[in-house]
Design a protein around this ligand. Structure first.
Ligand code: DAT
Ligand code: MG
Length: 203
């Protein structure tokens, strides 16, 4: 008999309830929204990460850092705010570096809840449930859209990262790195979910 093929639609994603989510009592809400979509929690723990741990959680490459700066600048432009006056720079890379530092500080402020989530197209599905990075742009019905309203225009003047309740992997490469970074092999569990048979298996 041929060995059973791995279903390519079944992915694993890494999710973090960030300090603001934990402090606002939204751990259950985040888990519940993932579970009610049919996604499976296969790893779960509360951690108080070190600066070094969070620093190596986020990408270090220049393109990613520049994108962080760019996300803020798009909002500044939309609302007629001059980034130079506001953040002291017009340079996306320089702004991105500042944001990355604020982000690392923010994630070490309080405990976070780390999860491994498995399911059909889990990486895209979790991000859809989370909503836009910038809460002021996130659609109603998403976690960020329903529970937050932060914006770079509010955050960057105060020298802080945007508080957007949760992190979710963006790509399979990010998911692989993040799961290995936060979870040991024996902290991840395989088990069947009863309702998957009715949701998307051949009965
Ligand atoms: P996401 O969390 O949606 O994957 P990201 O990876 O681009 O977004 O950025 C990581 C986090 O950094 C994001 O959740 C919120 C914060 N952030 C992004 N751009 C920011 C900015 N211009 N100012 C402050 N915080 C920002
Ligand atoms: Mg990201």
């Amino acid at each position: 008999m041929q060995p059973k093929k791995k279903n390519p639609s079944i992915e694993r994603s890494f999710v973090l309830v960030k300090p603001d989510g934990v402090q606002r009592g939204l751990i259950g809400e985040v888990i519940s929204r993932l579970e009610s979509r049919g996604l499976k929690v296969i790893g779960l723990k509360m951690v108080r990460p070190s600066l070094e741990h969070v620093d190596s959680h986020y990408p270090q490459d220049e393109a990613w850092i520049e994108r962080l700066g760019h996300k803020g600048f798009t909002v500044f432009e939309e609302y007629g705010i001059d980034p130079k006056e506001y953040m002291g720079t017009n340079d996306k890379k320089e702004a991105g570096k500042m944001v990355r530092k604020w982000l690392v500080d923010y994630l070490t402020e309080a405990p976070v809840v780390a999860m491994v989530i498995e399911g059909v197209h889990a990486i895209d599905m979790v991000r859809k449930i989370a909503g836009n990075t910038l809460p002021s742009k996130a659609d109603i019905g998403t976690i960020r859209g329903d529970y937050s309203v932060d914006s770079p225009a509010a955050a960057n003047l105060e020298g802080r990262a945007i508080k957007n309740i949760m992190h979710a992997s963006e790509t399979p490469q990010e998911a692989e790195h993040e799961i290995a970074h936060w979870f040991a092999q024996e902290e991840i569990f395989e088990y069947p979910l009863a309702h998957h048979a009715a949701m998307y298996s051949k009965l």
